[in-house]
Structures are given as structure tokens and as C-alpha cells.
Design a protein around this ligand. Structure first.
Ligand SMILES: [Fe+2]
Length: 416
């Protein structure tokens, strides 16, 4: 492989993985000086019995100062302000975040306020705001997809202004990522499938986007092979411990990869489809991922061809002529989506036009595509994509993804 002229990579999250990983938390947090952590979670995680599982696992090792479970689905900075007040009123000295991406990002926000002081996160925006190590943060992900346990980013909404506040700092990297299959055992099949496809998108995009480097490459390829091997077994049999653990590892590895190498078209379009049409992020990722590979093949033929090895294994890779490997990789992802659609009884959508709201109406009306395409120009994920994304190209890809048809590459304006 060609070495990049320059790259940097940072991942200093201590990762513990295994069937009894949670039992290690007290000793590791005590080693960081922690005595009284606050657990941050949401009502869904609590209702699934996972907080009981966590507190039993760390029983006697730590004095839990508070359990803050008031994180709504649409968490914003006021939730962060509220959580930080609970932390301070209960004299806590660390956070244990138990949940998906929203809980983890909110916990990172609470940790900024709780560690640095101040009454509202609004005053902490801007570059260089976080200048010192924050209080210890342990993250226990209950989905295998976002990879937030390994990233230096927190996205917190400002719902009044309809904006997202982005915080990026190495001080936001958690101290501890706990990958324990008990945390994802109760995740429904369609959430397992869609969150894992988010992890697959992180791994694929970090492998072919502009800031790829040898360290993130290694993590990305291993993440892809773990997902390819273990996703269908985990969806077919939710209690399958080894498959659950493999997906949790894949998600963390893909998180570390994309935290350093960034993402591209798939996330660029997916962010806006999610924001405009209120479609879950993982759903957008599973549908858009094949188009990310198709759109970029002429710029990254070798890298996208190499992804086939991890997706399909050495035999199919060896049997496929080099020129045909990128298309074969796309085909493998489409087959995976088709299998997931069938196993989940249709709850894993295959194209944008197929997604339905709870009342049965289309979640992504075709008429919304021009607005979505326009708004993608303001999303930063377009920048590391190998091929420049023009508004007309974004609309063209969205139209194909809406109908579920292969991308007509002759229509890519820059790549012809
Ligand atoms: Fe993602």
C-alpha cells in the first residue's frame, strides 16, 4: 500500500471486552481515583433491566452517587445542564454512561460541565474550550453501532435554534469502553441490524475516504470481517453471546477508525435524511452504504476492491477478477441488506422509498429529495469524500437510493 505523506492517529481509550467485563469496572475506576460515580442512561435502557445488571455487576465496589435516567430520545443542551446539576448536587466524581449514541454524547456533555464548572453548555462552545482532562468517563454501549465509546466527538442539539452543537476534543475520549454481551442481549433484531450497518459504514468509509491511514485501515478491515461473520447469527439468535460480543468489538474498532479517518458521502447524505425526515441514523446508513462505494469506485478502485476480502472472505475475493471486486463488494452489502430485511420480517428497509412512519405514510417522500440534496452542502462529512459531492450528484444518488436501484455511474458529474 502507498503510505500517506502524513497522518496522525490517537485512541487512548482503555477497552475491556468479555462476558464478565462489567465486573472489572470498580477496580479500573478506583485506579483513576473514582469513589462516587453517577450512572447516566435513558428510560428504555432502565426498563430493559440493564441498570440492574450493571449495578449488580459493580456491587460493593463503588458508591453510586446518582442514577440520572432522564435522557430523552431528542436530548439537547438543557438535558446536559440538568444532568450536570444532579452530578454536582450529589457530589459525584465520575460518569458511567449506559446506552446508545444519544446517551453517550449527552454524558460527554455532562462531563464537560461537571468537570469544568459553569451553568450551561452554551457557554462551553468553540474551539479550545476544553483545555484539560475531564473527570473519568466509563462508557457501556447498549447498541453496537455508533462507536461513540471510542470517539473524541460529542454532538448536542440546541432544539430552540434547530442546530447541532459539535464538540471535538481529545479530552472527550472516554477513559474506559466496556464491551460486555449482556449489554446488547435485549436489543431487538431490527435495531441490531441497523446499528451494525452504521458500524459497517464507519469501517468502509474510513477505509476509502481521504484521511485513511494504516492504523485505521487495520481496525476498519477487522471490523468489516467481524460484522460480515457475526451480524446474521446475532439477528437470527439474539441471545448468541459470542456474536453479540463480536459486534460490540467491531463497533468499537470502527469507531476508533472513523474517529481518526472521518467519513464521507454515506454519512453526508444520511445526516440530512435523518434530520429532515426523522429517520434513524442506522436505517440511513444501511440503505446508503452501497451507494457510497459505487459513487467513489472510480477514485478508490483498489481500496474498495480490498473491502471485498473482509466482506466475503478469501475464496470469493480470489475468484473475483481485480476489476470486478468493487462491484462484488457492493453486491455483498446489498445481499446482506436483503437477508436482514427478510429475517426481520421487513423491519430492515432496503431503500428510502420503503421506509414508513408509524402511521404507514412514507417517511421519505420523493418530493423531499431536492431539499435534502441542497442541505447536504452544509454538512462537514462531504469534505473527506474521495469524489467531490456536487448538489446535483447528491440528488442523483438520493433518487437512486429512494428507488433502490444501482447507481448509474455515467451520471456522476466529476467522475466521468
Ligand atoms: Fe454513523
Amino acid at each position: 500500500m502507498t503510505m500517506p505523506a502524513y497522518y496522525d492517529f490517537c485512541s487512548r481509550v482503555k477497552t475491556i471486552s468479555g462476558e464478565n467485563a462489567m465486573e472489572k469496572i470498580p477496580g479500573l475506576l478506583k485506579g483513576l481515583g473514582v469513589r462516587r460515580p453517577m450512572i447516566v442512561t435513558d428510560r428504555g435502557v432502565e426498563a430493559a433491566g440493564l441498570i440492574d445488571t450493571v449495578t449488580e455487576a459493580i456491587d460493593g465496589g463503588l458508591d453510586i452517587g446518582a442514577i440520572y435516567a432522564d435522557i430523552p430520545v431528542d436530548s439537547d443542551y438543557r438535558v446536559v445542564d440538568d444532568g450536570a446539576a444532579v452530578y454536582q448536587n450529589n457530589r459525584c466524581d465520575a460518569i458511567i454512561a449506559v446506552g446508545g449514541g444519544s446517551v453517550i454524547d449527552t454524558a460527554k456533555g455532562i462531563n464537560i460541565l461537571a468537570s469544568l464548572g459553569g451553568k450551561s453548555l452554551l457557554g462551553c462552545q468553540g474551539a479550545g474550550t476544553i483545555r484539560r482532562k475531564l473527570n473519568p468517563l466509563a462508557v457501556l454501549p447498549t447498541t453496537s453501532g455508533t462507536g461513540s465509546e471510542m470517539t473524541l466527538v460529542a454532538v448536542i442539539a440546541d432544539t430552540e435554534r434547530q442546530e447541532k452543537m459539535l464538540f471535538v476534543s481529545h479530552f472527550l475520549l472516554p477513559d474506559l469502553a466496556v464491551l460486555d454481551p449482556r449489554l446488547t442481549r435485549t436489543l431487538p433484531d431490527f435495531l441490531t441490524s441497523q446499528t451494525a450497518m452504521d458500524a459497517l459504514a464507519h469501517a468502509c468509509e474510513s477505509y476509502y475516504c481521504m484521511e485513511k491511514n494504516p492504523v485505521s485501515d487495520a481496525l476498519a478491515l477487522r471490523a468489516i470481517s467481524l460484522i460480515s461473520e457475526h451480524l446474521l447469527p446475532a439477528v437470527r439468535n439474539p441471545a448468541e453471546t459470542s456474536a453479540r460480543l463480536a459486534l460490540a468489538n467491531a463497533s468499537a474498532m470502527a469507531g476508533a477508525a472513523f474517529s481518526n479517518s472521518m467519513v464521507g458521502l454515506v454519512h453526508n447524505l444520511g445526516h440530512v435524511v435523518g434530520a429532515v425526515c426523522h429517520v434513524p441514523h442506522g436505517t440511513c446508513m444501511s440503505i446508503l452504504l452501497p451507494y457510497g462505494l459505487e459513487y467513489n469506485t472510480h477514485r478508490r478502485e483498489k481500496a474498495i476492491g480490498e473491502i471485498l476480502f473482509s466482506l466475503a472472505g478469501p475464496e470469493i475475493y480470489a475468484k473475483t477478477p481485480e476489476k470486478a471486486r468493487p462491484d462484488k463488494a457492493v453486491e455483498q452489502i446489498r445481499m446482506l441488506n436483503e437477508d436482514l430485511h427478510n429475517i426481520t420480517g421487513g423491519k430492515h428497509p432496503r431503500f428510502l422509498g420503503e421506509i414508513r412512519n408509524k402511521d404507514g405514510t412514507p417517511a421519505v417522500p420523493r418530493s423531499a429529495l431536492p431539499e435534502i440534496a441542497r442541505k447536504t452542502m452544509a454538512d462537514g462529512a462531504r469534505l473527506p469524500n474521495p469524489e467531490e459531492i456536487l448538489p446535483e450528484d447528491a440528488l442523483m444518488v438520493l433518487e437512486h437510493a429512494w428507488a433502490g436501484i444501482h447507481l448509474d455511474r455515467s451520471r456522476i458529474r466529476k467522475g466521468a
